[in-house]
Design a protein around this ligand. Structure first.
Ligand code: CU
Length: 118
């Protein structure tokens, strides 16, 4: 019985941690009108960006994270590969002409985000 309580306790702590780190940010989709600030710090904030098809959106990306892993951002579908200097804003313009979800990631493909075009 005690074992069961410990197991259930452990599982709920684990699921809370999972929710805290992965659950929240996953559903946070930010819609872009003309431009959006993206902060790179232990990942991308926001990590899900919604852009209207046929419009040009400017991503103003600023890296605060000294981790060299994040010093490059790659958006394969839009042929974007940019070096991100520390604490300096880099503008990337995107003009999507088809609907869908397009991933972006760091130079080593460890941190991810996505652009949703509708
Ligand atoms: Cu990386």
């Amino acid at each position: 019985m005690d074992k069961l309580v410990v197991t259930i306790g452990g599982l709920s702590v684990l699921s809370f941690i999972y929710w805290f780190f992965f659950g929240k940010s996953k559903d946070e989709i930010v819609e872009v009108k003309d431009n959006i600030d993206v902060i790179v710090d232990g990942g991308y904030k926001p990590a899900a960006i919604k852009i209207k098809k046929g419009k040009t959106a400017t991503l103003r990306i600023k890296r605060l994270d000294t981790n060299s892993c994040l010093e490059e951002i790659i958006i394969p579908d839009f042929k974007v590969k940019e070096y991100l200097p520390l604490n300096k804003e880099v503008e990337i313009k995107i003009s999507p002409n088809k609907n869908g979800e397009f991933n972006f990631h760091c130079g080593m493909n460890m941190y991810h985000g996505k652009i949703i075009v509708e």
